[in-house]
Design a binder for this molecule. Structure first.
Ligand code: PLP
Length: 400
């Protein structure tokens, strides 16, 4: 292992890539790997998409940065595109997902403050949630393994089991400001929230004057076959955090709000140096325009169904390795029966790059631009990896 000057916060593989083309990543030695995780649900239009490359190049030749004290036309345009196509009236651009969830939480607290209820500042969140790595986002996610050793976590979060509406109703109190959740938990293991549960949360919010916040950082921008995952159950939020897919690989995020939910966010209360930067905005527009082209989302739905059916067959044929497949559109999870890290090694050896998640899941979320032929290649590689895993299990068995 060569020594690295990077802080050792990742157990990195030594695999390094030189370039990308669509769903493919090409290593320095020329080997081609299928990126069936899109980074982590980031490169939704694949690598080096010509429209995104062109958007970034032409903006790079014009203007990189101006402060948010000036009007940024590309940002006005992207915000309009987002509000025209969602529940939201207004948008704040960030550089990352965690800043987007932080911003949404700040907006929720500030909403109640502006209404004269500063005591309403607690946010209800759910077990196995993931909302990012800043201190408040970690406190919201509530995962002890990420909080340990970082001192006192920010106050103001009440966590209950996901799906448990009664627990939510019990914990709502005079200090509750909002409820925040992922409509489909990503890091937690591709766990979809029941539509009835989401509807129940909406009702609890309406009855108690609370704001409903969705974290659609992983589920958004077409990944499930709708622009946003909450369009499937049809339960709209007051605030929503997005990131990952919106930049297609360029770092950016945003939080979206209704005018009412944003009513506390007045000049001077929140800001960012880089958020809404012209380069990011140019790429964001190109991504969203592409995803909104007629037929694009329908194609994602169709590809998602094809892939899920084929994976279900693979699960049946390799029942010693896989337990089930779940998820929506091209946000799929394969639950393993052996440790997912072991299966992952065989997948990599077969030129496939999924990523793990909680509940022993391997996330399968290829670029939305994947073709039917590439879906077949993906499934073949999964079958080959499963066969290798079965051989390993047999060898372990005979060695005993
Ligand atoms: C990735 C992710 C985040 C954090 O985004 P960063 O860009 O890594 O800060 C937050 N919430 C969800 C649901 C995510 O998937």
């Amino acid at each position: 292992m060569t020594t690295s000057s990077l802080m050792q916060t990742y157990a990195r593989s030594e695999l390094a890539f030189e370039r990308g083309e669509g769903v493919w990543l090409i290593a320095a030695d020329g080997r081609r790997y299928m990126d069936c995780a899109s980074g982590i649900a980031v490169s939704g239009l694949g690598h080096a998409h010509p429209k995104l490359v062109e958007a970034l190049k032409s903006q790079a030749e014009k203007l990189w940065h101006v402060t948010n004290l000036y009007t940024i036309p590309e940002g006005e345009k992207l915000a309009k595109l987002l509000t025209d196509n969602t529940f939201a009236d207004v948008v704040f651009f960030t550089n990352s997902g965690t800043e987007a969830t932080e911003g949404a939480m700040k907006a929720a607290r500030r909403y109640h403050f502006a209404k004269g209820n500063p005591e309403k500042n607690r946010i209800i969140t759910f077990e196995n949630a993931f909302h990012g790595r800043t201190m408040a986002a970690l406190a919201a996610g509530g995962q002890q393994k990420y909080l340990e050793g970082f001192g006192p976590a920010p106050e103001g979060f009440d966590q209950v089991p996901a799906g448990d509406l009664d627990a939510v109703k019990k914990i709502v109190g005079p200090e509750t400001a909002a409820i925040m959740l992922e409509p489909i938990q990503g890091e937690g293991g591709i766990r979809s929230m029941d539509p009835a549960f989401l509807k129940g949360l909406r009702d609890v919010c309406d009855e108690n004057g609370l704001l409903l916040i969705y974290d659609e950082i992983q589920t958004g921008v077409g990944r499930t076959g709708k622009l946003f995952a909450h369009e499937w159950p049809g339960v709209t939020p007051d605030l929503m955090a997005i990131a990952k897919g919106i930049g297609g690989g360029f770092p950016m995020g945003a939080f979206l709000a209704t005018n009412e939910a944003a009513s506390g966010m007045v000049p001077g209360v929140h800001g960012t140096t880089f958020g809404g930067n012209p380069l990011a905005m140019a790429v964001g527009n190109a991504v969203l325009e592409t995803v909104l082209e007629p037929g694009f989302l329908e194609a994602v739905q169709k590809k998602g169904l094809q892939l899920k059916q084929k994976l279900a067959c693979a699960v049946d044929q390799h029942s010693d390795v896989f337990e089930l497949v779940r998820g929506e559109g091209l946000l799929l999870g394969l639950k393993c029966k052996v440790p997912n890290t072991q299966v992952l090694v065989h997948m990599r050896n077969n030129g496939l790059l999924p990523v793990g998640a909680g509940d022993n899941i391997l996330r399968i979320m290829p670029p939305m631009t994947i073709t039917a032929e590439e879906i077949d290649v993906l499934v073949e590689k999964i079958e080959a990896a499963a066969a290798d895993m079965e051989n390993e299990l047999k060898n372990v068995e005979t060695a005993k």
